[in-house]
Design a protein around this ligand. Structure first.
Ligand code: F58
Length: 822
């Protein structure tokens, strides 16, 4: 907060006032949750002035605006982050200390808003932070799920999902805006209606309606008075049991609408890189997309009479295909409500929508059964049908007589609506999220589309916000960086390059390692409190935290731990630097192998952590309920960052960047953004192993991979795999891990054996792990590499990513918010 606004005395007195007004309590009487609410209300008050001023600037300057459309925004806690971006963190911490209060305890009271699964949702959150910080007009558009990502409990080593009732105490950083509500219609039928002049329009009737009510959350830019907005939409029944419903005998209809509204926004689908294709999910998509477009158009029309100018002022970025129904909804509004002709409307639409692809995993590609789509969205379906018809003509013109092309590229095919095809046909930009990923899209997955529209394709390598993941997560390292390069890195991460010369300096190396050690102690304390496991802060903290998915290969990691354990057992005096293997991961509730892998990790932990033979040299920890708030502590404490996906499968990864920012050394495959991290930091400061994407793809095409051969020829691997089924780690139930064993060795139900090449990469993984073991003994070399990782992380700021989106895709105007406007 600017010093003329913020002073400690005033802050304290406002907190006390808020306690009084909210709870009729004094500081002594209030509990921590009430204090959190009062502190947050005080901070929100401060934000409000800037939010108002930003809105007034929008009104006056009318800048081009991006609407970032995403089913997920994994925001994490707001209080600490807002204080960082208001430049008031330290002052508020001190002010509270004077009252005997601890800011981090208060921060801990905040529910962790988890309206997202993993990378895709967290990316959206980082992008919002960067948009506000760089001074661009932006709205995030999403859904206000009543229940976010489930909370994970570990019970007897198994994951148990507990509902995340994040709104139960009320959320202080949101604002209900019922005055901006919109109607969204589902079902019913469409019939043509002819005017007396011979004109025809479509009438949608017998539909069900819900009202979309927006809740705005402020997105505070860093030290620039800009506050953008995340709109999350809540659903409400349009008519709440109105008397005339009874009169008309419409009672059932009223109940149905009430139910629809309640179910729509009830819960986030907890799948990462997998879509279940449930009808309710399509309803969610249309619901938030329709409401967001209506709001965007209403804002536009306040200042503009001619809808043809829309592309000059508005761009919709679709975060994966989930919001792709936006294409047809915008067409519907332009044609049916604005009265434009098809070509006119198509021209506007295709200059307003752009699409980001986040995966090549086929199970994550969205396809809707036409039957569902048509029944749920009859008018929107007609429009998709027409888009498809014209698209097929375009393909025919380009590739006359090539039926095969049409089959492969059609939007409607085989009873399904292919959302990616719709997004590419309509989007003026199609981007991947890392160099390698974009290349794979262009040369393999989307090759037909790239051949047809090369100009649409571009890469935007992901990034992360250094404000949350360094300034807030790791204050000790943040101060160390500032001491050496000044504060500029907070808004221009490329400035960390100036750290490079310090990497050679023994005193700086020492200081750096001291900071890491303190962060490891902080995490060790957390682990002790939450897991009851004692870990040694002088061991290597080797960390893999991310969603649990077979392609991310947590199984490779834990199999290697089993292998090391076998080695140590048979040779207790072998060269081995103590290591703590830390895991954190949620598995989708219905994903069997993923859940079994969690159980395996916990069982291996149980055996190894209690085996006196290995003298505590290996510890295995599974951190319960991995989420944004504990992630911040985990990144800060890591020595080794495990980024070990099968090459070609991880589109980018963003956790990899958060570890790098905090000075961990990456152990990774040449996959996703790891490739670019390697380019930045150099071969000496990263541990790379495994097959290349090209090799993996070649094996997949030739179907010539046989894991059984490796199992038969490598006795160490043989032993480890047998331990999955001989009771070593499941004494009471030898069969417990049979499915994991089978998944590695036998083809089953369409799934080929070891489809993620775990055995193929095992030896080269173990070799790199061995190198890490030796390298860590050389503290100076390690410290040097760690510092160089921080020094070369500049490229991976989401500020850089957003600037590229602005320059190449969105073309937004920068705004300046002056506070004297209010
Ligand atoms: C992730 N995708 C990618 N999808 O896996 C990761 O490599 C990338 O860094 C990140 O996006 C950001 O670009 C991802 O998180 C999902 O969680 C979807 C949720 C909805 C269902 C389909 C998967």
């Amino acid at each position: 907060m600017r010093s003329n606004v913020f002073n400690k005395k005033e802050f304290v007195s406002n907190v006390k006032d808020n306690l009084k007004n909210l709870y009729r309590k004094t500081l002594d009487e209030a509990n921590q949750q009430e204090i959190f609410q009062a502190v947050s209300t005080t901070v929100k008050d401060e934000i409000m002035d800037r939010w108002l001023a930003t809105q007034q600037t929008f009104e006056k300057d009318d800048p081009k605006t991006v609407y970032y459309m995403s089913m997920e925004f994994l925001m994490g806690r707001a209080l600490g982050n807002n204080l960082i971006n208001l430049c008031a963190y330290k002052e508020v911490k001190e002010a509270l200390e004077e009252l005997g209060l601890d800011l981090s305890v208060i921060e801990d009271q905040e529910p962790d808003p988890a309206l997202g699964n993993g990378g895709l949702g967290r990316l959206a959150a980082c992008f919002m932070d960067s948009l506000a910080t760089l001074g661009y007009a932006a709205y995030g558009c999403g859904i206000r799920y009543r229940y976010g990502m489930f909370k994970q409990k570990i019970s007897d080593g198994f994951q148990v999902e507990v509902p995340d009732n994040w709104l139960k105490d009320g959320y202080p950083f949101e604002l209900r805006r019922p005055e901006y509500c919109y109607e969204v219609r589902f079902g019913g039928n469409v019939r043509p209606e002819y005017g007396e002049d011979g004109s025809m329009k479509f009438v949608h009737e017998n539909y069900q309606s819900v009202l979309a009510i927006p809740y705005d959350m402020p997105i505070v830019g860093y030290d620039n008075n800009v506050v953008d907005t995340l709109i999350t939409w809540d659903a409400q029944a349009k008519e709440v049991f109105e008397l005339d419903s009874f009169d008309k005998g419409n009672y059932e209809q009223a109940v149905a609408q009430e139910n629809l509204a309640r179910n729509l926004v009830e819960v986030l689908y907890p799948n990462d890189n997998h879509v279940a294709g449930k009808e309710l999910r399509l309803k969610q998509q249309y619901f938030f997309v329709s409401a967001s477009i209506q709001r965007a158009l209403a804002r536009f029309k306040k200042h503009h009479d001619d809808i043809h100018d829309l592309p000059e002022k508005v761009v919709f970025q679709m975060n994966d295909t989930h919001p792709t129904v936006a294409v047809a909804e915008l067409m519907r509004i332009l044609v049916d409500e604005e009265g434009l002709g098809w070509d006119d409307a198509w021209n506007i639409t295709t200059h307003c929508v752009a699409y980001t692809n986040h995966t090549i995993m086929s199970e994550a590609l969205e396809k809707w059964p036409i039957e569902i789509f048509q029944r749920l969205l009859p008018r929107v379906y007609q429009i998709v049908d027409e888009i498809n018809r014209r698209f097929l003509i375009e393909i025919e013109n380009r590739y006359p007589g090539n039926e095969y092309k049409k089959q492969k590229m059609a939007i409607l095919w085989d009873g399904q609506v292919k959302m990616a095809h719709l997004a590419i046909a309509a989007g003026f930009s199609v981007n991947g999220v890392a160099k390698l990923h974009t290349e794979i899209l262009m040369n393999q997955e989307l090759k037909d589309f790239y051949d047809m529209y090369p100009q649409k394709f571009n890469n935007k390598t992901n990034g992360i916000t250094q404000r949350r993941f360094l300034a807030h997560a790791n204050p000790l390292l943040a101060d160390w960086v500032t001491k050496h390069v000044g504060k500029g890195w907070i808004t221009d991460l490329s400035q960390v390059a100036k750290l490079a010369p310090y990497a050679e300096d023994p005193k700086e190396q020492q200081e750096f390692m001291e900071i890491k050690r303190k962060n490891k102690i902080r995490l060790a304390k957390y682990i002790k409190e939450h897991n009851g496991i004692e870990v040694n802060p002088d061991s290597i903290f080797d960390v893999q935290v991310k969603r649990l998915h077979e392609y991310k290969r947590q199984l490779l990691n834990i199999l290697h731990v089993m292998y090391l354990y076998n080695q140590l057992k048979s040779n207790p005096n072998m060269d081995f630097y103590p290591r703590t293997f830390i895991f954190g991961a949620k598995a989708a509730a219905g994903y069997r192998n993923a859940k079994l892998t969690i159980k395996l990790i916990n069982n291996v932990a149980e055996v190894i952590n209690h085996d006196p033979d290995i003298q505590g040299k290996i510890k295995v920890v599974f951190i319960e309920d991995y989420r944004v708030s504990n992630a911040e502590w985990i990144f800060a404490a890591a020595d080794v960052s495990e980024q070990i996906s099968t090459a070609s499968k991880e589109a980018s990864g963003t956790g990899n960047m958060k570890f790098m920012l905090n000075g961990a050394l990456t152990l990774g495959t040449m996959d996703g953004a790891n490739v670019e991290m390697y380019d930045e930091v150099g071969a000496d400061n990263i541990f790379i192993f495994g097959m290349s994407a090209e090799e993996v793809i070649a094996h997949e095409q030739h179907k010539d991979y046989n894991p059984m051969e490796i199992y038969n020829n490598d006795p160490d691997i043989h032993k480890v795999l047998n331990q999955l089924i001989d009771g070593t780690f499941s004494a009471n139930d030898k069969e417990l891990f049979r499915d994991l064993y089978n998944s590695l060795l036998s083809n089953q139900g369409g799934k080929i054996a070891d489809r993620y090449f775990i055995l193929a990469d095992f030896r080269s993984y173990a070799n790199e792990q061995q190198k890490i073991n030796s390298y860590y003994r050389n503290r100076k070399a390690w410290a040097k590499s760690a510092i160089l990782n921080v020094a070369h992380v500049g490229k991976f700021s989401s500020d850089r990513t957003i600037q590229e989106y602005v320059d190449d895709i969105w073309h937004l105007d920068k705004i300046t918010v002056k506070m004297d406007r209010i």
